[in-house]
Design a binder for this molecule. Structure first.
Ligand SMILES: [Zn+2]
Length: 187
């Protein structure tokens, strides 16, 4: 939860609607608690998913991993952060060797190489305004064949989005934790 977000108490982005209605102190506190619960739940889930992917082969061979880390607002000219994407990128860092990138189109550029299959990704971090920043992980070269289940469209997410302009309901949808958990764990 960004400082600015807390300060101004904007309503949470139910996917797709950038509403700017102000909240009361109690509502802000409640919302931050809800956010923390969702965040911790999802962290546990992703740690487990990454272990599962790596018990089969590696995260790269799972289309649903690729789909979630692939959410990047700059692909559609929007300005938002997807907390689910951000957290999965953070937690997967340990499965990659992080090298110097040739690119300089982001505030931070890195080349991430899978420790198991040597697939290559470009990592980027940028801030677009005082309160929207996001990181991305873009697949450049896949060195393994897919063996996970296919992806759904729209992309299911659980924690949610925060930003200035959002993707459409055809692209991203909020789902329950149960649905999200089954999806990420391929059940
Ligand atoms: Zn890999």
């Amino acid at each position: 939860m960004g400082f600015f977000d807390k300060l101004f108490g904007y309503r949470p982005s139910s996917t797709n609607t950038p509403a700017k209605t102000y909240l009361t102190e109690t509502e802000i506190k409640k919302r931050n608690e809800d956010f923390n619960i969702k965040f911790e739940q999802t962290k546990e889930l992703f740690i487990h998913s990454l272990e599962y992917y790596n018990s089969i082969h590696c995260q790269c061979s799972f289309p649903r991993f690729q789909q979630l880390i692939g959410i990047d607002c700059t692909n559609s000219g929007n300005s938002f952060k997807c907390y689910d994407t951000d957290l999965l990128i953070d937690l997967s860092a340990g499965y990659f060797n992080i090298e110097k990138s040739e690119l300089n189109d982001e505030n931070t550029n890195e080349k991430w190489v899978c420790k198991k299959c040597s697939s290559i990704y470009e990592y980027g971090w940028s801030d677009f305004s005082i309160y929207v920043e996001r990181q991305k992980l873009r697949l450049i070269k896949l060195n393994v064949s897919y063996n996970g289940k296919p992806v759904d469209k729209p992309v299911p997410i659980y924690i949610g989005l925060m930003g200035h302009s959002y993707p459409s309901k055809q692209d991203v949808k909020n789902v329950s934790f149960d649905e999200f958990s089954k999806y990420m764990n391929e059940n």
